[in-house]
Design a protein around this ligand. Structure first.
Ligand code: URA
Length: 231
């Protein structure tokens, strides 16, 4: 889709619209091989070059991050340092914004998706789609023998909620260590589910999101995914 040049550059995080006018005046922008001179020129992103370089991901971004603990999934600086601070600064200025697909708590690590495609966020977080997410937890107390059965039944009602949790699969790895697979994403759901069977979570890490794993990404690292990954 063609867009005004100044808007295109501003939306992709290069500069403000005012700065875009200066960049165009300085001859830094080409469209289809011609030096641009009109900030309002409707241009197709694939035809635009900045200082001779193609535009940075004009069709959108989809990223897989290994979220470290200590960062929040929020754009609000009052909530503390955010996962967005790990991304290139140009990506932090994009509009539409890059946002997380659902959230992980500040104290949770692991697989986090980020994208500027809002349709993808809606699709992947919609309860309709039931994307399985696998969490690895260590616990403060021994798991009771009946925990797996309680989670699998689909009748567990968390405090303050009317709808019971959807059936979830527990894989016990040790007396105080387990993997829990959820197909929904309620607020603090894993911590609250373990809390409901008397086990406070000590550490929590998301290992998988649908078919995706971390594949050796170190905490704080991210990699790009093709935009059609979930098509
Ligand atoms: N459940 C939680 O309790 N915390 C998370 O970060 C994710 C799922």
């Amino acid at each position: 889709m063609s867009r005004r040049l100044d808007q295109l550059l501003a939306n992709l995080g290069y500069c403000s619209r005012r700065e875009a006018r200066a960049w165009i005046g300085a001859g830094r922008i080409d469209v289809a091989g011609q030096t641009a001179d009109d900030p309002g020129q409707k241009s197709h992103p694939a035809a635009v070059r900045v200082d001779g370089e193609p535009l940075d991901h004009p069709d959108g971004l989809l990223l897989l991050m290994n979220k470290p603990t200590g960062l929040v999934c929020s754009h609000d600086a009052r909530e503390g340092p955010g996962v967005y601070s790990l991304l290139p600064s140009r990506w932090q200025r994009r509009n539409p914004q890059v946002t997380t697909v659902g959230r992980l708590d500040k104290d949770t690590s692991g697989l986090l998706l980020l994208t500027d495609r809002s349709a993808l966020v809606h699709r992947l977080t919609s309860p309709k789609h039931k994307v399985p997410k696998v969490y690895h937890a260590t616990l403060e107390a021994d798991l009771p023998a009946h925990a797996g059965e309680i989670f699998a039944r689909g009748t567990l009602r968390l405090k303050g909620e009317t709808e019971p949790c959807a059936p979830a699969e527990l894989r016990v790895l040790g007396p105080r260590e387990a993997e829990l697979t959820l197909t929904e994403g309620r607020y603090h759901q894993v911590r609250r589910m373990f809390g409901a069977v008397g086990c406070e979570v000590v550490t929590l890490h998301r290992a998988r999101f649908g078919a995706l794993g971390l594949g050796g990404l170190a905490p704080g690292q991210w990699r790009e995914l093709p935009l059609d990954t979930f098509d």
